[in-house]
Design a binder for this molecule. Structure first.
Ligand SMILES: [Zn+2]
Length: 322
C-alpha cells in the first residue's frame, strides 16, 4: 500500500481519512523576525495555540492536515511535530517556495547570476523529500510552488521546473498557490510540459474565480483543483465559491476537487490589528468553517455525502497514493 510521509513518520494512505489539503500552523512573511517590535513566542506556546485551534477539526472526523507552508513562510517542522503529537492529527509538511513578491527570492536570485538555480532548487527539494529537513529527519510529503498575479516570473518558472523534476523522481504530489486563482492553466501546462502526471498536481486557490469556463480550462488538463480558501471573503465571496463548486459537482467533477481553508492559528510579527471591515469579511474563517457552514449549505443545494467524501477522503488518498 502506498505510503505518505507525515512529520511523525510514514503512514499508509488508507490512514489519511478526512483530509484538509491546504492549511498552515502559523503565517509569517520573510523578515517578520527582523522587526524590532515583533513579538517572540516560544515554540511551546505557539504549539499550544496551534493545537487548540487545529484540534477542533477532530470533532468533525478530520484525520490529516497538509501544512502547505513553503520554506519562506516560516515552515517550522519542530512546531508541526509538536502539534501532531498534541492533537494526534497526521500532519504532512511541504518543501518548496512561495511566489516572488512575498517570498524569499533574494538569495536564489543572487545565486542565479552565477549558478543554474534550477539545479540547486531541485537538489534542495530532493534533500527535503528523500533525506530530511534540516536536522529533524522529517521528510516532506508534498512540494509547494507559487506564481504571481497574472504572470509566472522567470524566478517562479525555475522553481516550478525544479519542483517538476523532483516530483518525477519521488512521486510526491505538487500543490500550488495561485494569486486569486490566476495562472492556473499556465501552471498546469508548465508542470505537465515538464513531465508531471496531471493527477499528481493540485492547482490551488482556484476558488478565487467563479467562471466555469476558467475552471474547465484547468480541469480539462487532467489536474485537480483546490477550493481551499473558504472563509477568506475579503479575497472572494463564499457564495460565489459555493456556486462554482456546485456547478462543477453538477458536471460530475467530484473526483477532481479538494476542499480546505488556507487557515492559520497565528500570524507572527508585530501585533496585527485589522480594520473592522476586513475583520467582518473573515469572521467565519477558521479550521472548521467547511464543516460548520459550507458542507451543510452544499447539502441543502443537493450535494451528497458521497460527493463530500470523494472530495475530502478519496481524492486526497488518490493524489498522495497514486
Ligand atoms: Zn496557503
Amino acid at each position: 500500500m502506498a505510503k505518505v510521509n507525515t512529520v511523525l513518520g510514514p503512514i499508509s494512505v488508507d490512514q489519511m481519512g478526512i483530509t484538509l489539503m491546504h492549511e498552515h500552523m502559523v503565517l509569517a512573511y520573510p523578515g517578520w523576525d527582523l522587526d524590532p517590535l515583533c513579538q517572540h513566542l516560544e515554540r511551546g506556546e505557539l504549539a499550544t495555540i496551534c493545537a487548540e485551534a487545529l484540534g477542533e477539526v477532530k470533532k468533525y472526523g478530520v484525520k490529516t492536515v497538509v501544512d502547505a507552508s513553503p520554506w519562506d513562510l516560516w515552515r517550522n517542522i519542530e512546531l508541526d511535530k509538536m502539534v501532531a503529537e498534541k492533537t494526534g492529527l497526521n500532519i504532512i509538511c511541504a518543501t518548496g517556495l512561495y511566489y516572488e513578491a512575498e517570498g524569499m527570492p533574494a538569495y536564489f536570485k543572487f545565486r542565479s547570476q552565477v549558478m543554474d538555480i534550477t539545479v540547486e532548487l531541485y537538489e534542495s527539494f530532493m534533500q527535503g523529500l528523500t533525506v530530511g529537513i534540516g536536522k529533524t529527519g522529517v521528510k516532506a510529503g508534498v512540494i509547494k510552488v507559487a506564481t504571481s498575479h497574472g504572470c509566472i516570473t522567470p524566478y517562479e518558472e525555475k522553481v516550478l521546473k525544479a519542483a517538476a523534476k523532483a516530483q518525477k523522481e519521488t512521486g510526491v504530489p505538487i500543490t500550488t498557490h495561485t494569486q486569486q486563482g490566476t495562472m492556473g492553466p499556465e501552471q498546469a501546462a508548465l508542470l505537465i510540459g515538464e513531465g508531471v502526471k496531471p493527477e499528481k498536481i493540485v492547482i490551488g486557490h482556484m476558488c478565487g474565480n467563479a467562471s466555469l469556463e476558467y475552471q474547465m480550462s484547468v480541469i480539462d488538463k487532467g489536474v485537480n483543483v483546490g477550493f481551499d480558501r473558504w472563509g477568506i471573503e475579503f479575497l472572494f465571496p463564499d457564495n460565489l465559491r459555493k456556486a462554482t463548486v456546485i456547478g462543477l459537482l453538477g458536471l460530475g467533477f467530484a473526483d477532481r476537487i479538494v476542499l480546505s481553508q488556507d487557515c492559520n492559528a497565528c500570524i507572527l510579527g508585530r501585533q496585527l490589528i485589522m480594520p473592522d471591515f476586513i475583520q467582518a469579511l473573515i469572521a467565519d474563517w477558521s479550521y472548521t468553517h467547511i464543516f460548520k457552514d459550507i458542507i451543510p449549505q452544499l447539502k441543502k443545494a443537493g450535494i451528497t455525502d458521497e460527493q463530500i467524501g470523494q472530495m475530502m477522503v478519496e481524492n486526497p488518498k488518490r493524489i498522495f497514493g497514486g
